[in-house]
Design a protein around this ligand. Structure first.
Ligand code: BES
Ligand code: ZN
Ligand code: ZN
Length: 511
């Protein structure tokens, strides 16, 4: 169901296809997904029901494997081949790589296969079954997440009803430990639903999703969950001295907001703070971006989307950890009221900043939110932001940059990301880069040399975190928004990157 606020169509809580566990493919299966893996030099089919081989022989005079190979099946990850209907269902054969599949391989394969299945839908929504030998609960959760995320597509802004392409998903898991499998299914659904919440927010164009409506969205997704939501509007932000958020938002008619989610289950020992960049559109401000670079800048709130959606997932999962999340929301626009390059801003908590460039706006809204988060005295601060083009130059479009106060903290994040199947790569925060932010007119300058821009941004942000507090920064400028073509479980547009790592981090820190 779509929620309509006046003329604005806001994001509904996503309706995902129903997903169930099964021992064998249900009678009504339209598309059956099986795998192909490379075992040494010979490819082998994975999860293919034995009776299909006999049926393939009877119909085509060839084994199912040879039929699949002749139609382009390949063990290479992300490869899919579609076979003709055998015993009433089309077969999608998806590559599982070499050797034993891990949860991320299964997640990618399930996503790619479900997208291929979706391409076969004509008038009626399809019943899809996945048979990828996911007996292990971790593999099963990967299959659940991959299938649901692969089935997700961008919500169209239209009054026409959208026809579902996938009616339901059955995961054939042959689970022996039923309780663990039921938990894997439930947890996978919660994680996928919240990655989708983040994706839908990122995809929502900036004329519909701006600070005021984004804050309303945040409030609405936290309803009926044990999350306390607080929101500061522009008047309150101004009065309380949030000089970074206010300066960035100045040039826009859409005024800034700061949203705070607090999840504090009784008895939780560890306190995690998460801070997300919520620039609903980044035109660059007076240091305006060229048209090509500006077009995708509705994605510049991807960090706030991930932070809020992850917190929602953590609450739904009932993890035993205290989480306080801030989403700093503003629109960066040029106008007669806009902040300028060379302005000196007084941030929340009193530190002054020489603004080097109005396109380095993310670190200003984040600096205020980080300074505010210190007052909660968290045990660990993690921020997530589409922060720098420099990070994309360094790591490309699929890898998140990680910068941390110390290697032990970096390892926490690296381990959490690996368990979640997201890719992080650590960059340092060198002293020389910190020194490059010294200012003649203020306590600190917002950026230094063009070189090493991702690290300079991290150095700037860390200067707002209490000195003794462990801190990690995730730069998702590359992977937050997929403009190329769909791959695995990632479609076009917002990817929801970071949600799974943050949930996995909270899981690893709970007591
Ligand atoms: N939002 C951008 C970073 C970005 C670029 C995100 C491409 C996603 C894709 C950020 O606000 C920005 O413009 N950063 C500047 C900083 C510079 C002016 C110091 C950059 O990276 O060029
Ligand atoms: Zn910018
Ligand atoms: Zn930005």
């Amino acid at each position: 169901m779509t929620t309509i606020y006046a003329e604005r169509i806001l994001v509904p809580i996503p309706v995902m296809p129903a997903i169930t566990l099964a021992q064998t493919a249900p009678e009504n299966t339209d598309v059956l997904v099986i795998g192909i893996a490379s075992n040494g030099d010979a490819p082998i089919l994975v999860g293919a029901p034995v009776e299909l081989d006999a049926a393939a022989n009877a119909m085509f005079g060839t084994s199912l494997l040879d039929l699949a190979l002749s139609l382009g099946a390949d063990a290479k990850i992300h490869t899919t081949a579609v076979l003709p209907a055998i015993k009433g269902s089309r077969i999608v054969v998806v590559g599982l790589g070499e050797g034993d599949a891990d949860p991320e391989v299964i997640r990618q394969a399930a996503g790619a296969a479900v997208r291929a299945a979706q391409g076969l839908a004509k008038d009626a929504a399809l019943h899809v079954a996945l048979s990828l030998e996911t007996t292990d609960p971790e593999l099963l959760q990967g299959a659940v997440e991959g299938a649901l995320l692969g089935a997700h597509t961008m919500i169209k802004v239209t009054q026409k009803a959208a026809a579902a392409k996938i009616a339901d998903l059955a995961i054939i898991c042959n689970c022996e430990t039923t309780d663990a499998c039921a938990t894997a299914l439930k947890d996978g659904e919660i994680v996928a639903r919240n990655v989708i919440v983040a994706r839908d927010w990122v995809n929502m164009p900036a004329n519909l999703l701006y600070p005021e409506t984004f804050a309303k969205e945040a409030q609405s997704v936290a309803a009926n969950l044990p999350i306390t939501v607080e929101m500061l509007d522009d008047t309150q932000l101004e009065a309380q001295g949030y000089g970074g958020i206010m300066a960035v938002g100045k040039g826009s008619a859409r005024k800034p907001r700061l949203v705070r989610f607090a999840y504090a289950p009784a008895g939780a020992a560890f306190h995690l703070a998460i801070i997300g960049k919520g620039i609903t559109f980044d035109s660059g401000g007076l240091d305006i971006k060229p048209a090509d670079g500006m077009y995708t800048m509705k994605c510049d709130m991807g960090g706030a989307a991930a932070a809020l959606a992850a917190t929602r997932a953590i609450a739904e999962l009932g993890l035993n950890i205290k989480v306080t999340t801030y989403a700093a929301m503003a629109e960066n626009m040029p106008s007669g009221e806009a902040y300028r390059p060379s302005d000196v801003l007084t941030m929340y908590g009193g530190k002054t900043v020489e603004n080097a460039n109005t396109d380095a706006e993310g670190r200003l809204v984040m600096g205020d939110a980080l300074a505010r988060a210190n007052e909660d005295e968290p045990d660990l601060v993690v921020d997530i932001a589409t922060l720098t083009g420099a990070c994309m130059v360094a790591l490309g479009e699929r890898i998140t940059g990680l910068m941390a106060s110390d290697d032990q903290t970096a390892d926490l994040l690296l381990d959490a990301a690996e368990a979640a199947g997201e890719e992080l790569w650590q960059l340092p925060i060198p002293q020389a880069i910190r020194d490059g932010l010294s200012s003649k007119i203020a306590d600190i300058k917002s950026s230094g040399s063009r070189l090493g821009g991702a690290m300079a941004a991290a150095a700037f942000l860390q200067s707002f975190v209490a000195e003794e507090t462990p801190y990690a920064h995730l730069d998702i400028a590359g992977p937050a928004f997929n403009t190329e073509s769909p791959f695995g479980y990632v479609g076009l547009g917002g990817s929801g990157v970071g949600v799974r790592t943050l949930v996995s981090l909270a899981r690893s820190l709970q007591h």
